[in-house]
Design a protein around this ligand. Structure first.
Ligand code: NAG
Ligand code: NAG
Ligand code: NAG
Ligand code: NAG
Ligand code: NAG
Ligand code: NAG
Length: 422
């Protein structure tokens, strides 16, 4: 019965994977001049955003231009790099022909940077100008009309899904490079503290072991369900009563080592492993949804997701209306005669998760490439935590292929299940 359901999922997954239109990593892989650019598309998770969209243009720069950029930039963080590179993804299709045939000799294109929400004002728009003599220049709109980045050649055109073209160097943009527009998600605790989870955030940052587990998992994908302040405050006496090791487990119990958008939570129900899951210590819970309402359930209690703090690859943080209690720590409080949980016992995790898979050391390698089945392959792109807010004409595609991301998670789940049952 369970196996049957998993096979159904597998079929669903295979069909959704087949729908994926292109793979930017693969498109650039064959060309040795673009290995640096390609690597950073993956590290910043922009590759998944690109794969999830159609009618786009990627402005690629070769290794020489990337090296020039790095020698002048001051050790940009991954967040800053993501902003800069997302300025190089135009949300429209420009093949070589169209570039040389612009109405009025010039056009403006919105970019992924603009769509990310990190671009202030109208920055994140790229001006394309067809200069006399067949030269085409690219410039961020906020660059005071300086035109010194040029079209070099077309690398790959799949009309009208994706066009990959080489430009002479990285587009200059003060806004994209500004360290101040680093994604706030780099600072987990500030994000939580500012949005109703201060009690939890303070407790988490006071536990160096649990906190580093969270930090180590951000790059590879992390979803946090933080209990809101009132309930966590009320819970504190019971928290203080726990042993040191159990405190760490409890704190880690509120994180899962994969990125799950709200869309995924609403459509993909089932048991999940958490950061606290470690060998025989299950520390899982079950995600359920009723329409738009998502609840988390253990054998002890059920809590509801009451808010979204951030929902953008690779990080999602949700607020819960109460403190979810793990069975492992609070089973003595459960009403008598609880048979071992039917939901948690044989259930596979949604995904093993990069940080904790197979009892791997907790520290995730910061720069290791995402593993093929990691949730990093999930391409959902949700700038505002709500895909309905997407106004560009790629919104529908983003959504459709978002379910491919779920498929990947499902596949991980199936593999997990098979390895468990075999
Ligand atoms: C373009 O993308 C669509 C799905 O978004 C896909 O069905 C189609 O095959 C793609 N076209 C090409 C030429 O790859
Ligand atoms: C895209 O191609 C790369 C390189 O071949 C591969 O590692 C990756 O798994 C592919 N991604 C998807 C979503 O198929
Ligand atoms: C790589 O770059 C060099 C130097 O710019 C150029 O001569 C060569 O044609 C490029 N190779 C490819 C495959 O684009
Ligand atoms: C693009 O920039 C050029 C040079 O500054 C300018 O002449 C042109 O009007 C701009 N195009 C658009 C559509 O704003
Ligand atoms: C996070 O923010 C807090 C408070 O603003 C600050 O003290 C801390 O240094 C920040 N941590 C990181 C890693 O930026
Ligand atoms: C703390 O633990 C003790 C012993 O297990 C128990 O009797 C007591 O009720 C607990 N206190 C709280 C606040 O949970």
């Amino acid at each position: 019965m369970q196996l049957h359901r998993r096979l159904q999922l597998l079929i669903l997954l295979l069909s959704s994977l087949a729908a994926a239109a292109h793979n930017i990593t693969l498109l650039l892989e064959g060309n040795h001049n673009f290995t640096t650019f390609n690597r950073y598309l993956s590290l910043t998770h922009l590759a998944e955003d690109i794969n999830a969209r159609t009618t786009i243009t990627v402005l690629a720069v070769d290794n020489v231009a990337m090296a020039d950029f790095f020698s002048s930039a001051h050790n940009p963080s991954i967040g800053t790099l993501k902003n800069i590179l997302s300025l190089h993804v135009l949300l429209d299709y420009f093949g070589a022909r169209k570039l040389h045939d612009l109405a009025d000799g010039s056009a403006l294109a919105a970019t992924l940077f603009q769509a990310s929400g990190y671009a202030p004002g109208s920055t994140g728009v790229v001006n394309i100008t067809d200069l006399q003599g067949g030269k085409v220049a690219f410039s961020p709109k906020d660059n005071c009309g300086v035109l010194d980045v040029y079209f070099v050649k077309s690398l790959k055109e799949i009309p009208y899904n994706i066009s990959v073209i080489q430009i002479s160097k990285i587009l200059p943009s003060v806004e994209a490079e500004a360290p101040t527009v680093d994604p706030g998600w780099m600072n987990l605790t500030t994000l939580m503290s500012d949005h109703g989870c201060k009690e939890f955030a303070d407790t988490l940052s006071a536990s160096s072991e649990a906190f580093s587990t969270y930090k180590d998992n951000v790059e590879g994908g992390l979803t946090v369900f933080c209990p809101s302040d009132g309930p966590f405050q009320a819970f504190r006496p019971r928290f203080n009563n726990l042993t040191a090791a159990d405190k760490v487990s409890l704190l880690e119990f509120y994180g899962i080592p994969i990125y799950m958008s709200m869309t995924m939570l609403r459509s993909d129900n089932g048991p999940v492993n958490t950061l606290a899951t470690d060998g025989s210590k299950k520390f899982g819970f079950t995600v359920q949804n009723d329409g738009q309402v998502v609840t988390l359930k253990t054998e002890i209690n059920i809590v509801r997701i009451s808010g979204t703090i951030i929902d953008q690859q690779p990080l999602a943080i949700y607020v819960t209306d109460d403190v979810l209690l793990p069975w492992e720590l609070f089973n003595s409080e459960a009403s008598p005669a609880p048979s071992p949980s039917p939901t948690l016992a044989p259930a596979p995790a949604l995904a093993p998760g990069p940080g904790k898979a197979a009892n791997a050391p907790k520290a995730a390698k910061q720069l290791s490439p995402p593993s093929p089945l990691s949730p990093a392959d999930s391409p959902a792109y949700l700038p505002d935590g709500d895909e309905a807010d997407q106004t560009d004409d790629n919104g529908a595609d983003g959504l459709a292929i978002g379910s491919g991301g779920l498929g990947v998670v499902a596949l991980a789940s199936i593999l997990g299940a098979l390895s468990l049952t075999l």
